[in-house]
Design a protein around this ligand. Structure first.
Ligand code: ADP
Ligand code: ADP
Length: 223
């Protein structure tokens, strides 16, 4: 992000000249109090919102007409947002279906993504049969099935109980180690950011930009 500012039509200033460079393979937390602009920053990175000024620069040569690296980004929202009428398999299939890939061609990737989140035995279940933690795992599998390079997560586990959240944090950490994916994880929890990431970006409201940048340990050091 280079000097990104965001003023909503309501007049709310969410970001002011925010600059941030994230390197491949990092697990970065965006940490800060409610309303400091974390979600706005993440959505702008994902191309889900425009900047008022400033730019998002990608190293990738595969930039599509929207200025985004094609297919390389996945987003996990706070709500798992599953389709209630589709099975776990159908929900994870969706992003591949939208890319025109047939169900039979997608099957192996869908099962691999579900295996990564420990849900291989639940392919035929419907969302209503799953616990909150399991629904979130399906949502993570759906994000992973396209094999993105960058995973953006916006307070993904905030609505879950403490024990389930801790289990999912461990899952995400394992995923990151195993896949080498780059993660940007929005949270207002100091504990969560320290537990998960190898770099913590602290944001502050007004002016809504990076206040501090703490590199913790490298992924190699962390093992
Ligand atoms: P955080 O994720 O850190 O809680 P947000 O990025 O959601 O913060 O919000 C930053 C500021 O922008 C807040 O003051 C919020 O009320 C405001 N805001 C967020 N989205 C919108 C919107 N769509 N329209 C107007 N104001 C918004
Ligand atoms: P989570 O930790 O994912 O929130 P729960 O604590 O609710 O899961 O459930 C513990 C375990 O019980 C799950 O990991 C799963 O193996 C099993 N389970 C939960 N709900 C169901 C269900 N509807 N059908 C079959 N097994 C289930």
């Amino acid at each position: 992000m280079k000097d990104v500012s965001k003023v909503f039509s309501s007049g709310t200033v969410a970001l002011t000249d925010m600059s941030l460079t994230v390197n491949g393979g990092e697990f970065v937390s965006l940490l800060g109090p409610s309303g400091c602009g974390k979600s706005t920053a993440l959505r702008i990175i994902a191309g889900l919102g425009d900047t008022t000024s400033g730019t998002i620069d990608w190293p990738s040569s595969r930039i599509n007409s929207k200025g985004l690296p094609d297919g390389d980004i996945s987003f996990v929202f706070q709500e798992p947002t599953l389709m209630p009428w589709a099975t776990v398999f159908g929900n994870v299939y969706l992003p591949l279906k939208l890319r025109g890939i047939s169900k039979s061609a997608a099957k192996a990737d869908i099962l691999a993504a579900l295996d990564r989140v420990g849900l291989k035995d639940f392919v035929d279940a419907y969302p209503r049969e799953l616990s909150g933690g399991m629904k979130m795992r399906v949502s993570i599998a759906r994000a992973l099935v396209t094999k993105p390079k960058l995973l953006l997560m916006d307070e993904p586990f905030a609505a879950l109980d403490e024990i389930t959240r801790q289990k999912l944090n461990d899952d995400v950490l394992r995923l990151w180690r195993e896949t080498g994916i780059t993660v940007i994880f929005v949270t207002h929890s100091v504990f969560e950011s320290a537990y998960l990431s190898n770099r913590i970006i602290v944001m502050k409201a007004r002016p809504g930009r990076v206040h501090d940048d703490f590199p913790l340990v490298t992924s190699e050091e962390r093992g």
